[in-house]
Design a protein around this ligand. Structure first.
Ligand code: MG
Length: 320
C-alpha cells in the first residue's frame, strides 16, 4: 500500500512531467448511485489527498459529487507555487465554492531552491524556509484558509535536531500568526519514535519502561502554544503505539484539528473508537476535522471510499 510520502513524491513527479491532468479516469458508474441522506448540520471535512488522481479528471464535477456525499469543508494537498497539483489555485477555489465547498486548511511542505520536498533542516537554511512560508502564507490568505498545516516530519535523528525543527515550526507559526492563519503540524507514526535527551542515556534502568521522549511530545513541549497547534491524525497515532483519545485529553489547548482516518473505510477495522474520539473532540471545542483515506485496498475507487466514509459519519449519532 502506498503511503502519503510515496504519493506526494509520485504526485510531484507526475505533475512535473505533465502526466497528472486528465490521466485518472478510474471512476466508474457505481459512484453515480443514489446520494446518501445528508444532514445539513454535520460539517464533514475531507483531506483531498484521499482522492489522489481521481479528483483531477474533472475537478468541478468531482467537487459537486463531494458536496452530494455530505462534505462541506476541504483541506488541500498538492499546493505548489500558486497551483493545487496542476490547477491554478484561484480557479480551484472557485470550483470548490461553486460546488458549495469551503477550503478550510491546506497541507504544505516547505520547498527551497533546488530541494522540492525539504526533509532535512539545517540552521543555514532558516531564512530560505522563512521566505517560503511568507509567500505560501500570502497565497493561502487568498484561498481563504483558516489553517496552514505542515504534514511531514523533517528528519529528527537526535534530540537536538528535534529541538532545531521546533525553532523552524515556531518561525512558520509566527509568519502564519502575523497574517491571521493558524499554523499546525500533522503527525504520522514516526513522530512516536523516542529520542534520548543528552545526559539521560543511563537514567532509566528498568527495561520495561521505554527511555527517551516521543518526538511528538518534544514538538508539543518545545513549540510556542500561541504560534503552533497540532492536527492529530488519530490513525497514525494508533499506528505509532499511542491512544489518540489520551492525546486529545492531555492536550486540549494544543490539538486544534483532527484527521479522521481508519485503515481504509471509517469504522470497519475496529482499530479506532470514533465515538470516544468525537466526544472528546467536542469536549475540546474542536470544530475542524478532515476524513482521510489512503489508497483503497480493494480495487474500488477513492471516490467510492470517501463516499462510504461520509455515509459512516452521516449515520453516526455521535457526530454532530
Ligand atoms: Mg493524516
Amino acid at each position: 500500500m502506498s503511503n502519503r510520502r510515496d504519493f506526494l513524491k509520485n504526485a510531484s513527479l507526475l505533475t512535473a512531467s505533465g502526466l497528472l491532468a486528465g490521466n485518472a479516469g478510474t471512476m466508474n458508474a457505481a459512484n453515480a448511485g443514489a446520494a446518501p441522506v445528508v444532514s445539513a448540520k454535520k460539517k464533514l471535512g475531507l483531506q483531498i489527498y484521499s482522492l489522489q488522481k481521481e479528483l483531477y479528471d474533472n475537478v468541478p464535477k468531482r467537487m459537486k459529487e463531494l458536496k452530494e456525499m455530505g462534505y462541506i469543508n476541504l483541506e488541500l494537498a498538492g499546493y505548489n507555487k500558486g497551483k493545487i497539483t496542476d490547477v491554478d489555485m484561484m480557479e480551484f477555489k472557485k470550483m470548490a465554492e461553486d460546488a458549495g465547498l469551503k477550503i478550510v486548511s491546506s497541507h504544505v511542505n516547505p520547498t527551497i531552491e533546488g530541494i522540492p520536498f525539504l526533509m532535512e533542516y539545517k540552521r543555514d537554511i532558516f531564512s530560505q524556509v522563512s521566505d517560503y512560508w511568507k509567500q505560501t502564507v500570502a497565497d493561502h490568505i487568498k484561498l481563504g484558509c483558516k489553517f496552514l498545516v505542515q504534514p511531514m516530519m523533517p528528519m529528527c535523528r537526535t534530540y537536538d535536531e528535534a529541538l532545531m525543527v521546533c525553532e523552524f515550526f515556531n518561525e512558520a507559526g509566527k509568519i502564519c500568526n502575523e497574517a491571521g492563519l493558524i499554523y499546525g503540524y500533522h503527525n504520522h507514526h514516526m513522530e512516536f519514535q523516542r529520542l534520548i535527551k543528552p545526559g539521560d542515556e543511563n537514567k532509566n534502568q528498568n527495561p520495561w519502561i521505554p527511555i527517551g521522549d516521543q518526538i511528538q511530545d518534544i514538538f508539543i513541549a518545545n513549540t510556542d502554544p500561541s504560534l503552533v497547534c497540532f492536527e492529530l491524525d488519530v490513525y497514525w497515532a494508533v499506528r505509532g503505539g499511542n491512544d489518540p483519545l489520551e492525546y486529545l485529553k492531555k492536550h486540549p489547548d494544543r490539538i486544534k484539528a483532527v484527521h479522521i482516518k481508519d485503515t481504509a473505510i471509517l469504522g470497519q477495522s475496529g482499530l479506532l473508537n470514533f465515538e470516544n474520539i468525537f466526544k472528546q473532540m467536542y469536549k475540546n471545542s474542536i470544530q475542524d476535522y478532515f476524513v482521510e483515506l489512503e489508497q483503497m485496498p480493494d480495487g474500488r475507487t477513492q471516490f467510492e471510499g470517501v463516499k462510504d466514509c461520509a455515509a459512516y459519519l452521516e449515520k453516526a449519532s455521535f457526530v454532530q
